[in-house]
Design a protein around this ligand. Structure first.
Ligand SMILES: [Zn+2]
Length: 443
């Protein structure tokens, strides 16, 4: 056929429009047709996959989509041109946007697949020379990239289990967007049963990190730039620290609109307002323009089924809220927000015996627990200095003067007073920070 290129394009576009207008097709069918144009490229890529990669991935691959009547473009260049022109001319119905492969950690993830990749720090540090697993579920239609990370503190097991169970129940072919799960960021700490890195530093004080900084700072920098920069939203999972337990709770800076939007997806989970300590992953992410929050559930060193179930349910609800899935139900039981909190500290040495239960509401003067000196038999009381709710507390253990024993969410504002009668049973809150390092229980 003897014609110039633009005329050819016009013919192709016209035939495309005819196909769309004359033959009634569903949105899914149309998406299949659009997908055909890039199929040869995708096939070529998958052919290059090495056996070891395949072995690692356990991936689900979309079957090639073929139809009898297929417009075959002449070149890659013309594919783009035709699509561009089609989208320019066809305003109604909406043209589905094609899902692109997702590039992360030197890999390219095809739409509709689940892969297990590895993040390597650039540092030759004990426990971190091997790859840290990063699970990626890449959907078949566009949507947000949600990152869920756990065990930045290596001894916090509940978050690890939350990421595992949530990621492995996802079906990438039904996802609109991408979910990136990192079950154990601090693999060294996990193996040692330690909150810290090999150099005894708290990784959650060094984000976003510096390439020439301390070991912790370098690891933070590597993780931030290899994984976190790919996230549109980030959830950092934590538990209480040092034999303390936390009611399931969100820690978030509600002054940030994106963060506020995130918090509304978690259903029956209380929210504690706070910017997060300097160097924490969530504070660094928010500063980098990535809405982020911390979800605290339970205590360190243990797997707690109820707390894990709460976290998984909250995240399922969030996936729905963000439009990543339509299969999970949105959890509609909003919980109160606490704009202030305070740690009540022990003034005496001895063994703590708590009277109060996690999540319980308290009034000024209520007895929270007693401390008994095992040698002198002296008994002292810890009473609440606030009206509020126990969002976190020490497990019964040895107390030293100054040790943070009870974390009280304080009701002060009018909004909180209005919400007070709604409050009670469900509690999900905890502090991912060592309260000893800051006053008033801020992260
Ligand atoms: Zn933590």
């Amino acid at each position: 056929m003897n014609c110039n290129i633009s005329l050819c394009f016009s013919l192709i576009v016209m035939s495309l429009m005819l196909t769309i207008t004359v033959v009634p097709v569903t949105a899914d069918e149309y998406e299949m047709e659009v997908n055909e144009y890039t199929q040869p490229e995708q096939e070529a890529e998958s052919a290059e996959t090495t056996p070891s990669e395949t072995e690692l991935s356990g991936e689900v691959t979309i079957e090639p989509l073929l139809t009898d009547t297929q417009v075959v473009p002449e070149s890659d260049e013309s594919i783009e041109s035709v699509e561009a022109m089609a989208s320019e001319y066809i305003a109604e119905p909406e043209v589905p946007v094609e899902m692109q492969p997702f590039r992360i950690l030197d890999n390219e993830i095809s739409p509709g697949t689940m892969r297990r990749l590895s993040w390597y720090t650039s540092e030759n540090l004990a426990g971190l020379t091997e790859g840290i697993p990063v699970l990626v579920a890449h959907g078949t239609s566009p949507g947000p990239r949600l990152c869920i990370v756990a065990a930045v503190h290596g001894d916090e097991l509940n978050g690890i289990e939350i990421v595992r169970s949530l990621l492995h129940e996802l079906s990438p072919v039904k996802l609109s967007g991408t979910v990136i799960g990192v079950p154990i960021v601090n693999l060294y700490g996990f193996r040692q049963g330690s909150r810290y890195l090999a150099d005894r530093r708290d990784l959650n004080r060094y984000f976003p990190g510096r390439p020439g900084g301390s070991a912790a700072s370098r690891i933070a920098h590597s993780f931030f730039n290899s994984v976190v920069v790919h996230c549109d939203y980030l959830i950092d999972l934590h538990t209480g620290s040092f034999h303390r337990t936390n009611l399931p709770q969100i820690r978030a800076d509600l002054n940030n609109e994106g963060v506020l939007h995130l918090t509304k997806g978690f259903g029956a989970t209380v929210v504690l307002q706070g910017k997060g300590v300097r160097g924490s992953l969530r504070a660094a992410a928010v500063k980098a323009g990535i809405p982020a929050l911390t979800l605290e559930v339970g205590e360190p060193m243990r797997y707690q089924p109820d707390e894990v179930a709460h976290g998984v349910k909250g995240l399922r609800s969030l996936l729905n809220h963000l439009g990543l899935v339509s299969t999970f139900r949105f959890w509609r039981e909003p919980q109160p927000t606490y704009y202030r909190s305070s740690w009540v500290r022990a003034d005496n040495e001895g063994i703590l015996r708590s009277i109060i239960k996690l999540g319980q509401s308290v009034k000024v003067g209520d007895l929270l627990g007693t401390i008994v000196d095992p040698i002198t038999n002296a008994r002292s009381e810890i009473r609440s200095p606030h009206n509020g709710r126990v969002l976190g507390m020490s497990l019964n253990q040895t107390m030293m003067p100054g040790y943070a024993a009870y974390h009280i969410g304080i009701r002060k504002t009018e909004e909180e007073l209005v919400e007070e009668d709604v409050d009670d049973d469900n509690a999900t809150d905890e502090d991912d920070d060592d309260p000893a390092e800051s006053d008033a229980g801020e992260e």
